[in-house]
Design a protein around this ligand. Structure first.
Ligand code: ADP
Ligand code: MG
Length: 351
């Protein structure tokens, strides 16, 4: 089912041929299968996100699509070209974001963009360089040196460089990892601007919120496989449960009564001692469950505290497709300040 969705029976059908089509991709590192019979279709003009925890196989997938890493099995078409047979044609139509650590620290943004334009034999006129820098929102910084930029600004320079050859599709590997929430949002609007200007975007992320807010379609990836692929809204809608109701309780509420609440699919009880102290109810009818719970607590004269309802998210999609909770441990995002020597940091999920 997930595979069918991945190969394009789902979501926005495009009248144009797909920008990317991959079938049966396999990549092994020794005996380890990093990418395991993966199918995907990326439509022309969309932001396609590959969402997965560390080690899921996102970078390996991206590198195969970019033509940088040959697959062990499977077929790939990028804008109609096979990266194995027509590497030069593929290089001409793709843009690849370089990691900011590989930028030249002592050049200005303008100098660096002009240098890359020359390397790619692309138009490096001052007007074009200005246009590219404006496109990633760095117009005011065009004469700043790379080592004077914040992490988010450096990422936007990397995206400008990926656009230098006017690609049909641009690949961004975890473009916002390590950025603070404000810089992340700025980068999202840059990426949306690129999509709106007609360039297809394929990005990887391990931020649920990024996949949800930024991507037109999301492939949820785990252990080398795509386990679900659709628009974020449809992925969440397809879940049996659409909300979770939580409350702390200070008295006894019979489990049978809780399980019988309208909409309740699953009831969990956290009880450090003998008594149930916190209940979590997964429901497909949040309103019915809430009304029933309040009435039940009232009848039993049990006060409820900290009553919350949380709508299902992509995190629940991951849980339902893999049987495992999303395991990325939250870490503080790097502060958004200029630095010449920032290492890549692993960010945490955005709640
Ligand atoms: N060059 C390599 N040699 C051996 N194993 C690798 C190599 N690159 C990645 N892997 C392994 O393949 C799996 C997928 O890695 P990767 O594609 O980088 O995942 P992600 O980008 O989702 O974190 C991981 O288990 C990783 O350790
Ligand atoms: Mg990666």
């Amino acid at each position: 089912m997930a595979i069918d969705a991945a190969v394009g029976t789902s979501a926005t059908p495009s009248p144009k041929p797909p920008m990317i089509e991959a079938h049966g991709l396999v990549k092994r590192y020794g005996t380890h299968v990093a990418v395991d019979h993966l199918d995907l279709v990326v439509h022309d003009g969309e932001i396609f996100g590959i969402l997965g925890p560390n080690g899921a196989g996102k970078t390996t997938t991206l590198e195969m699509l970019e033509g940088l890493r040959p697959p062990d099995e499977g077929t790939i078409r990028v804008a109609g070209f096979d990266p194995a047979r027509s590497p030069n044609e593929v290089k001409r139509v793709v843009g690849v974001q370089l990691q900011s650590t590989s930028l030249f620290d002592y050049l200005t943004i303008s100098e660096l963009v002009a240098l890359f334009a020359a390397l790619y034999n692309a138009d490096g006129s001052p007007e074009r360089v200005t246009r590219l820098i404006d496109q990633v929102g760095l117009g005011e910084k065009r004469d700043a040196r790379i080592d004077q930029l914040s992490g988010g600004q450096r990422q936007r320079v990397a995206i400008a460089l990926a656009l230098v050859n006017d690609p049909k599709v641009v690949f961004l590997d975890e473009p916002t990892t390590g950025l603070d929430p404000a810089a992340r949002r700025t980068l999202w609007s840059t990426v949306q601007g690129i999509r709106d200007a007609g360039t297809t975007v394929v990005l990887t992320t391990h931020y649920m919120e990024e996949a949800d807010v930024l991507c037109d379609r999301v492939a949820v990836m785990d252990r080398g496989k795509i386990v679900a692929c659709d628009t974020p809204a449809r992925l969440v809608d397809a879940l049996a449960a659409d909300a979770t109701v939580r409350a702390r309780v200070t008295g006894d509420l019979p489990m049978d009564d809780l399980r019988a609440l309208p909409g309740a699919l699953r009831v969990e009880c956290i009880s450090p001692g003998d008594r149930c102290e916190e209940i979590t109810i997964t429901t497909d009818d949040a309103q019915g469950t809430l009304v029933g719970l309040l009435a039940l607590a009232d009848r039993a004269r049990v006060p409820l505290a900290g009553l919350t309802t949380r709508q299902a998210t992509l995190e629940d999609v991951f849980l339902s497709m893999t049987g495992r909770a999303w395991e990325d441990e939250p870490t503080e995002a790097a502060p958004e300040q200029p630095t010449g020597r920032r290492g890549r940091r692993r960010g945490g999920k955005v709640g």
